[in-house]
Design a protein around this ligand. Structure first.
Ligand code: NAD
Length: 495
């Protein structure tokens, strides 16, 4: 059966939505009874009232996680057993694809075509990938004196708190809880107050799959429960994805409390460089549009700075603008929609504020306005400015569908502009010259560099994270397990 707009609207009308926290294997209201309104950015209407977790709830979740960890009910399983349970959970995520995708679309305004094909399957795949890996990784027997046996092993770190953002709610969360749970830790997940619903729902599915009570907990709320987790003396590791400003606070909270391990995946202002010898300007223009307009530009890796060589600028901009026009804001529940709603009024105002700043200092080439206001939701059209590298819109992360185009004359100048940023999450270069490609890739100070593509590498094999103030540590790949394990040397004297 074809899943049309009407199909998703019918399903949305009858969807039952859970808003309580999930602690120690069961749903609970916040201990003080407080809730906050969870609105849909599609039309601004109330979806559900969500538990506003406070100190009592955070303490209960951490205590449950610690109890489960110390009892070894999860950490003590043979990795093969953890694998089986996690694979069951991933299977349930796939079985509930429609429900979870719908929740994500209603909650975050993302197009249903994306949540069904990227976000929810991507989260299931992440759980599967780490489940499949965990019973195949061993430790080391290190070289040592003849009378010694030296073992190097990895052990789960204990209680992992994951604090995540709203732009890819289930996917970003899975990049934390996937490796953390596979390694044997207990997890307390704090979803964003702007998009808490899939996190809350999958906790029940985790329970159904056989993840023991206390091993996976969810405490929704705004910044406060995140701060309480970061200050908590019984949290061993805090894995954070979000803004650089809050990342800095998290590091301070760790320093003020127990020096918990802190891993940060933060903001970006990624440069996408088009050299004059780019072999396929049409493909580059399509990719440049996708790099900033996919997911309404609410992407940490957004190619928000487009650096174009002066010789090809005019022809490239024509192609870019044509490609950008295919991103028309529409109803996120319509499978044909390629661009959905901005997550909430606050983010809408923030993006519109940047557009105003752009109008004052740059030349507007496309868009620049709020649209579909009659829907009650929050929509902004694809917006492109011709600007300078030092303009406010070209330096600060906007996290919306606003592209800054910057002109350059030499590869050295492009690299200088690209690297002149507090961020270093991702970068791309388009060229047909192999030497230029490798030299520029080496010079770019970023955790991921794409050559002749953008945002490729959707599988789990590549570490993901930032240089500079884009963070530390890496999500995805086997390297992610380093964040959630302690390294132990055991030396046994034989005689
Ligand atoms: P944010 O920093 O405002 O919030 C992130 C999370 O931190 C939320 O759950 C929020 O409730 C919580 N929080 C807020 N204040 C807190 C505090 N004082 N202590 C503890 N927790 C607190 O970020 P956001 O607006 O949700 O997300 C957008 C940001 O996330 C952008 O900067 C984007 O680049 C970044 N991001 C990075 C990656 C990556 O992998 N590098 C991926 C996605 C998003």
């Amino acid at each position: 059966m074809e899943k049309t707009l009407a199909y998703w609207q019918d399903k949305a009308a009858t969807l039952s939505i859970e808003g309580r926290a999930f602690i120690d294997g069961e749903y609970r209201h916040a201990a003080n009874g407080r809730t906050f309104d969870c609105l849909s950015p599609i039309d601004g209407k109330l979806l559900v009232k969500v538990a506003d977790s406070a100190a009592d709830d955070v303490n209960a979740a951490v205590a449950a996680a610690r109890g489960a960890f110390d009892s070894r009910v999860w950490s003590g399983l043979n990795p093969r057993q953890r694998k089986a349970i996690l694979l069951r959970w991933a299977g349930l995520l796939r079985e509930h694809l429609d429900e979870l995708s719908l929740l994500e679309t209603l909650d975050a305004g993302k197009p249903i075509g994306d949540t069904t094909s990227v976000d929810v399957p991507g989260a299931a795949y992440c759980v599967e990938w780490f489940a499949e890996a965990i019973d195949k990784i061993g430790g080391e027997v290190a070289p040592a004196d003849h009378h010694l046996v030296g073992l190097v092993t990895r052990e789960p770190i204990g209680v992992v708190a994951a604090v995540v953002p709203w732009n890819f709610p289930i996917l970003m969360a899975s990049w934390k809880f996937g490796p953390a749970l596979a390694a044997g830790n207990s997890v307390v997940l704090k979803p964003s107050e702007k998009s808490p619903l899939t996190a809350i729902r999958i906790a029940q599915l985790a329970h159904e799959a056989g993840i023991p009570a206390g091993v996976f907990n969810v405490v929704p709320g705004a910044g406060e429960p995140g701060k309480l987790l970061a200050l908590h003396p019984d949290v061993d590791c805090l894995a954070f994805t979000g803004s650089t400003n809050v990342g800095k606070l998290i590091m301070q909270y760790a320093g003020q409390s127990n020096l918990k391990r802190v891993w940060l995946e933060l903001g970006g202002k990624s440069p996408n460089i088009v050299m004059p010898d780019c072999a396929d300007l049409d493909r580059a223009a399509n990719a440049a549009a996708g790099a900033i307009f996919y997911n309404m530009g609410e992407m940490c890796t957004a190619g928000s700075r487009l650096l174009v060589h002066r010789d090809i600028k005019d022809v490239f901009l024509d192609k870019l603008i044509a490609a950008a026009r295919s991103y028309t804001p529409g109803n996120p529940l319509d499978p044909k929609t390629s661009m959905g709603a901005i997550v909430d009024q606050v983010q809408l105002d923030r993006v519109l504020g940047y557009i105003e700043a752009g109008r004052a200092e740059s030349k507007l080439l496309l868009g620049g306005g709020r649209v579909k206001q009659e829907s009650g939701g929050y929509y902004i059209e694809p917006t492109i400015f011709d600007t300078q590298a030092d303009a406010k819109i070209a330096r600060e992360e906007i996290f919306g569908p606003v592209l800054s185009v910057i002109t350059f004359d030499t590869a050295e100048e492009a690299i200088r502009i690209a690297n002149n940023s507090e961020y270093g999450l991702a970068a791309a270069v388009w060229t047909s010259n192999l030497t230029t490609a490798h030299e520029m890739a080496r010079s770019l100070r970023a955790g991921t560099v794409w050559v002749n593509c953008y945002d490729e590498g959707g599988d789990m094999n590549f570490p993901f994270g930032g240089y500079k103030q884009s963070g530390n540590g890496r999500d995805k790949s086997l390297h992610a397990l380093e964040k959630y394990t302690e390294l132990k040397s055991t030396l046994v004297r034989l005689r």
